[in-house]
Design a protein around this ligand. Structure first.
Ligand SMILES: Cc1cc2nc3c(=O)[nH]c(=O)nc-3n(C[C@H](O)[C@H](O)[C@H](O)COP(=O)(O)OP(=O)(O)OC[C@H]3O[C@@H](n4cnc5c(N)ncnc54)[C@H](O)[C@@H]3O)c2cc1C
Ligand code: SF4
Length: 471
């Protein structure tokens, strides 16, 4: 673990780099910095070892004020503790599809990305090595410069049938749930929010990749704002657990406090970008229980199959890409004799087009207010298109949909400080450097101009590593 110091001790020195937050975005940025850089990591929450997490089963969370104007329930999950949501994520790590970076150019919707898949590919590979990812090397969707660190988990019987029939659209999932490497092997119990055997990668169990002699951690203190002098970041204002505020000086500042927390810090710091705080977004997902005429289960981890049959194509001008997950974690079983496994749990995950009205502002007390007007018709059209086409991607009969519902959260907090080339329409450049302040980085999925249908964490980690290397 990092050597910890108090906020008072931190304020007595000047740091080369100060990072707000201690999860994926923060740690992969740190990993990219030159070895001799003196780094201060400031984390709002406590350090809670995995054994203590299992003991309490109740991890500290941030509660964001939310004005939900949409028809459907909405919330996000943000853990306030060392390692943030790496403590509760599920470890699904698809790379973004190459076409995700050219959605605007190809289909005229969304916003331009200032980088391409090839810019990120080497960083994807480095992050996959650190997380000890298990995944398939013969991946027709995402070009790779090298193999995955570990082979994919055993696939479920339904995935085996799908991949044999359509290897062009069905893949074993890439995941951070161990199938070899330094962590305990995944034992497929499917309660991955808090993995009892610590099989999925977390910042805590992967800490050796990030700790360095020249870095220190202040836990239990919050970065409130960035000090800016003459257009350059010079440090931050830190608020201790007892409410004491101190100035800490630094040569560079990076905020990695998730898309809502980052927006709050940058707004408090007086940044004036017209898009700052806007375009908060995430994917829409629909969970479905579907009866089929083929056996399921007996895979080696909680989710073993990904379907790209509804992902890219001309439809993306009007309907979002959909990534479909096929679960292996036991769910409801059928009751007919001999057919108890002939049921699938599927999740259709649709990209959305970010909307300016979904946004973070500051309340009178300086805390973030989140306004949510809902998802776009574009995202729901993607879900409808995939649901209508289900029978086309399975090599066995789809007998009927038992149940389906939209999820109130994907727990992917994205947008609010989007990257781009034009300071009028973006907050950072492609290296996550704020256009309007020298020496200030805004890390994490807040930088995504569009959502992709893929889970965000591998991509935000690769972007952070690339940003750290740019220092
Ligand atoms: C149940 C669940 C399952 C998920 N499953 C997946 C998955 O399978 N695949 C995937 O790709 N993604 C998944 N996610 C999303 C994933 O967890 C996030 O994308 C990821 O954690 C974001 O990393 P981050 O570093 O940007 O922010 P976070 O992990 O949110 O960490 C932010 C950190 O900043 C700290 N902080 C906040 N404000 C301040 C401040 N002012 N000063 C100092 N510190 C501060 C917080 O305490 C926290 O430690 C899941 C999320 C949840 C909740
Ligand atoms: S399936 Fe079980 S062992 Fe595997 S990561 Fe999830 S909780 Fe951990």
């Amino acid at each position: 673990m990092f050597k910890t110091i108090t906020a008072e001790q931190a304020a007595a020195e000047r740091w080369d780099v100060l990072i707000a937050g201690s999860s994926f975005a923060a740690m992969f940025f740190l990993a990219g910095l030159p070895a001799d850089t003196r780094v201060l990591v400031v984390e709002r929450g406590p350090v809670m070892p995995h054994a203590d997490q299992i003991e309490t089963l109740d991890l500290p969370r941030a509660d964001y004020r939310l004005d939900n104007r949409a028809d459907l329930p909405k919330y996000w999950v943000a853990h306030s503790m060392f390692g943030g949501n790496s403590n509760c994520w599920w470890g699904q790590v698809p790379r973004f599809h190459p076409s995700d970076f050219t959605l605007f150019e190809d289909h005229g919707v969304g916003a331009r990305w200032p980088i391409r898949y090839d810019d990120l590919e080497p960083f994807y590979a480095e992050v996959e090595a650190v997380m000890e990812i298990a995944g398939p090397d013969d991946d027709p969707v995402h070009p790779r410069s090298g193999p995955f660190p570990f082979p994919p988990h055993a696939i479920s019987r339904s995935d085996a049938a799908c991949i044999a029939a359509r290897p062009d659209i069905w893949l074993p999932v890439a995941c951070a749930r161990a199938n070899g490497g330094g962590r305990a092997g995944c034992c497929t119990n499917g309660v991955c929010d808090l993995c009892p055997v610590d099989a999925k990668f977390s910042i805590l169990n992967g800490i050796d990749a990030f700790v360095r002699d020249t870095a220190r951690l202040v836990p239990g203190a919050e970065v409130r704002s960035v000090d800016i002098e003459g257009g350059t970041a010079t440090g931050v204002v830190l608020r201790d657990a007892d409410g004491t505020e101190r100035r800490v000086r630094a040569g560079l500042v990076a905020v990695a406090a998730n898309a809502i927390g980052n927006a709050a810090i940058l707004l408090r710091s007086g940044l004036t970008s017209p898009v700052l705080g806007r375009y908060l977004h995430e994917q829409v997902s629909q969970e479905m229980i579907v009866d089929v005429g083929a056996p399921n289960y007996f895979g080696g981890t909680s989710i073993t199959g990904h379907c790209y049959g509804f992902y890219d194509g001309p439809h993306r001008a009007t309907a979002g890409a959909v990534l479909m997950e096929n679960y292996n974690a036991p769910n409801e079983l059928r009751t007919e004799p001999g057919r108890w496994t002939e049921r699938l749990k599927l999740k259709l995950i649709a990209e959305d087009i970010p909307q300016a009205a979904n946004r973070v502002t500051l309340g009178d007390d300086g805390e973030p207010d989140v306004t949510w007007i809902g998802h776009t018709d574009y995202a729901y059209a993607g879900i409808a298109r995939a649901e209508a086409g289900l029978a086309d991607v399975f090599p066995f009969p789809v007998e009927g949909i038992v149940s389906k519902h939209f999820s109130p959260t994907e727990a992917h907090i994205q947008g609010t400080h989007r990257m781009g080339l034009d300071p009028e329409t973006s907050v950072t450049d492609g290296f996550l450097r704020c256009h309007e302040v020298e020496g200030l980085f805004a890390l994490g999925a807040g930088s995504f101009p569009t959502s992709s249908a893929a889970n965000p964490t591998l991509t935000l980690s690769a972007l952070s590593l690339r940003a750290g290397r740019s220092v």
